[in-house]
Design a binder for this molecule. Sequence first.
Ligand code: IPE
Ligand code: IPE
Ligand code: MG
Length: 250
Amino acid sequence: MSDAEHQQKAASSEVPHHVAIIMDGNGRWASARGMPRVEGHRRGVEAVRRTIRAAGEIGIKIITIFSFSAENWSRPASEVGELMGLLRRFIRNDLASLHESGVRVRIIGEREGLEPDIARLLTEAEELTRNNTNLTLVVAFNYGARQEIVRAAKRAAQLVAEGKIKPEDITPESFAGFLDAPDLPDPDLIIRTSGEQRLSNFLLWQSAYSELVFVPTYWPDFDRAALEAAIDSFRQRERRFGGLAARTAS
Ligand code: IPE
Ligand code: IPE
Ligand code: MG
């Protein structure tokens, strides 16, 4: 391999494989402009489109977006209704073009109890795109990490009760197999927009060794440059996974 090829390989290997995003700040974006909160959510959908496109161009393989939390049901019914409407419209309008771009759509979160037409749209998105390999888009919808861990614990307990596995078969590795998307690797990078510095019940199991980047940008203003800036911060980090840094290990 030539030096240039080596350099290129080093540079491309620094692109995080799996990036997860807590898309926050839609309401504040709108309030700052004297607009209703829903306008922030509408503009947030534009940011989702831009970010998915940018992620594919940059070479990210998996992008997870937190679109509606299990706790977001506690918002006023009118706002919840607007958010459900935006999800419906997003899938109806964008599914065909996502499919054409080779995007595989996956959904994590609780499906039970969703309005039947929404549940159908989610299944349709997953089924239509299941063989696509360019980019995986994981939509965390009606998602809470504690709820996901409890669902996993119930699935494992059920198998123990049926005598199919033994309690001692449950290890961190096998337990991860009971989560909502058991085959996906943990996120390398988690970005939260809007300046809040918390996880708000997002990917608590999978974030054990993720790098966290908090940016002040409100979600509707997020774009390719903001994504690249977050990836630059990620590149400055030294991931040790409990071991020693490469240069001090000898
Ligand atoms: C993120 O923006 C979208 C969802 C949580 C659905 P917010 O609606 O939380 O906006 P802020 O945080 O109130 O500004
Ligand atoms: C997290 O944002 C959920 C999503 C981005 C979908 P929230 O706005 O709901 O989180 P808190 O309430 O500020 O912690
Ligand atoms: Mg918020």
